[in-house]
Design a protein. Structure first.
Length: 382
């Protein structure tokens, strides 16, 4: 099971590390290894959230997530995305941006740093919406009840998460963005850029998330109708087909996963510049990390981990909320990547520990109930 799920990740790791040595010696080997660990530590919460979505998809789309999705994640977000950002911000052609990344790495890093406010605003708004929609939903299982119960009641107000996100974006534009961090320790007024990028992130979430939910609901309705029509289908020999609908539902859920992964990868891509400004080493290290995150996602689904440890998804969403806030704060202030990674790890570890305690309490309660039944049977002479 372990080799089947993580086999591709092990293979990519070996190839990536060998490529690093061939590219720039053993120093490059160490850089790629550090970047891989950085990406995994920053994106563990991403794997947990992805697993909650991926478990609704069949084996075919899980395989697509591990193949096509990885190509998008590695080449799209870890290689192409930084180049596109530089091309747009510096008004260069893509080829000039690639040439800059390969031949003038210091200038390339400066341009990416200057584009960070736009990246952080887009990703921060997208992740904040994910967190707010989760925390405002009324759930049967609640982790931090003293927070989640009152927020679930507030969640009955229509469009509350959108309103809060827009308020946060406005406050960010008037505070952090007015004195945004730039390369060389300088600062600039990026309020307009942050507002536009934040609104774009919000719109992206509403469109992609809305389409995913719509087709998912349609799929569930179709499955219910198909179940009700089974007896009639057996008699007539013709059963209803939901292949097209299932394909649409899975496609938009896949698209949602890719946008979600893109938002999570912002901090990893930006944080990687603290270690190296070599785009080749960056793509190798972050790409290896992305493979493990995806394999871990599939592992959590196939093992049913989220069903056994019910608070893990809660912890991951709280980590998302924390990451959204951190991204917005980094528009003005630099925050060490170790702190960003530790926040997510601590929240998920706490939720895992709470899940273990819950399972132990349930097992103890069941044991007492069984013992009580046995004593009753003995006393009655059975």
């Amino acid at each position: 099971m372990l080799l089947k799920t993580f086999g591709w990740s092990f293979a990519v790791t070996a190839l990536g590390l060998v490529a690093a040595v061939l590219y720039d010696g053993w120093a490059a080997f160490g850089v790629v290894l550090i970047l891989s660990i950085l990406e995994i530590s920053l994106s563990f919460d991403n794997a947990v959230v992805n697993a909650g979505i991926l478990k609704k998809m069949n084996a075919f789309w899980q395989k697509i997530f591990l193949t096509v999705g990885v190509l998008i994640a590695v080449f799209g977000m870890r290689l192409v995305f930084p180049v596109v950002i530089v091309a747009i911000s510096a008004k260069l052609s893509p080829w000039d941006a690639v040439d800059l990344a390969l031949n003038n790495k210091d200038r390339y890093q400066e341009l990416v740093t200057d584009a960070h406010p736009a990246i952080a605003a887009f990703g921060g708004m997208f992740l904040l919406m994910i967190f707010l929609d989760f925390i405002f939903e009324d759930r049967d299982i609640q982790w931090l009840r003293w927070i989640e119960r009152p927020l679930a009641k507030l969640g009955k107000v229509d469009m509350l998460s959108v309103c809060i996100s827009l308020i946060v974006l406005l406050v960010t534009a008037l505070t952090f963005a007015a004195n945004a961090h730039q390369h060389g320790g300088g600062h600039a007024d990026k309020a307009e850029t942050v507002l536009l990028s934040g609104v774009a992130g919000l719109i992206t979430y509403l469109i992609v998330g809305g389409l995913s939910s719509y087709f998912e609901d349609r799929l569930e309705e179709e499955e219910e109708r198909e179940h009700e029509a089974e007896e009639q289908a057996k008699r007539s020999g013709q059963g209803p087909s939901a292949v097209l609908l299932a394909g649409k539902a899975a496609f938009f859920m896949f698209l949602y996963l890719e946008v979600l992964d893109a938002s999570f990868s912002f901090d990893g891509v930006i944080g990687a510049f603290a270690i190296t400004n070599d785009i080749v080493l960056m793509a190798l290290g972050l790409g290896i990390g992305a493979m493990y995150v995806r394999s871990l996602t599939v592992y959590l689904v196939r093992q049913g981990t989220l069903d056994d440890y019910v608070y893990l998804e809660h912890g991951a969403h709280y980590a998302i909320g924390a990451l959204a806030v951190i991204l917005l704060v980094t528009i003005q202030y630099q925050i060490n990547e170790v702190i960003t990674g530790l926040v997510g790890v601590v929240l998920i570890a706490w939720s895992f520990w709470s899940s273990v305690r819950r399972n132990q309490a349930l097992a103890a309660a069941e044991g007492k109930a069984e013992g009580s039944d046995e004593r009753t049977e003995v006393s009655s002479g059975v």
